[in-house]
Design a protein around this ligand. Structure first.
Ligand SMILES: Cc1ncc(CN)c(N)n1
Length: 221
């Protein structure tokens, strides 16, 4: 069993809860209210900007040229590929550049990006890498699960196809290999911190979807 298999097994209950979330269930059925997806996509664009910055920080801290290249390319892809998807849906749902600029990151979005940036500043490279992984891996798993049931005319087909698709799968495979290589050279203490970071970031994935489903921004006094 690989280290990443261990990470998944250790968080299996949470991963199952994520798969069963109303947001993902309704997206799969094509019944997710457009207003909910609209809010989600705005938050996701904010999130990906932060995530790309964290990937760039991870590239700067990577121990060898291969890892630097992989993480720097992933930072570029997070902007190019996924923001292309956002532009598609923002056009479809009538989100102008002004609407986007006027809607700041939600509490959940800010919390997730701040957590990752905190690991980039205060954690070591293996811990940071484990915190980065759920963003890749969970989306691919969810995308694949939804792709098996979603109808071809599902309005969220472009989202489903992006995350279930081969290009995204290739990025996930590379990230899993890098995490396994890194964990293989790490002490038991470091591997334990990698487990904690993976579990925490997986919770943030759950929280992000939960917040989008309830259309939460920031709690107000
Ligand atoms: C919150 C979140 N997590 C993951 C992904 C997939 N990169 C995403 N677009 N947004």
């Amino acid at each position: 069993m690989s280290f990443t298999d261990d990470l998944w097994t250790a968080t299996a209950e949470l991963q199952q809860q994520i798969a069963e979330m109303p947001f993902n269930r309704d997206l799969a059925a094509g019944t997710l209210p457009p207003e909910t997806f609209r809010g989600y996509i705005i938050q996701d664009a904010h999130y990906l900007e932060g995530y790309a910055r964290v990937l760039a920080l991870a590239a700067a801290r990577a121990p060898d040229a291969e890892a630097i290249q992989q993480l720097a390319q992933s930072a570029g892809n997070a902007i190019a590929v996924e923001r292309g998807l956002h532009a598609h849906y923002m056009g479809l749902f009538g989100v102008s550049a002004q609407d986007y600029a006027a809607t700041g990151p939600s509490q959940a979005c800010d919390h997730y990006v701040s957590y990752l940036a905190g690991r980039a500043a205060l954690g070591d490279f293996p811990e940071l890498l484990a915190a980065i992984l759920p963003c890749f891996w969970i989306y691919h798993e969810i995308g694949q699960q939804i792709a098996t049931t979603a109808a071809p005319e599902n309005p969220y087909r472009a989202w489903i196809d992006t995350y279930a698709g081969e290009a995204f799968a290739e990025g996930v495979r590379k990230m899993l290999a890098l995490v396994n290589r890194t964990a293989g050279a790490a002490s038991p203490e470091t591997r334990a911190r990698m487990h904690a970071a993976f579990a925490r970031a997986s919770w943030h994935e759950w929280h992000f979807w939960d917040s989008a489903h309830h259309r939460r921004g920031w709690a107000q006094p």
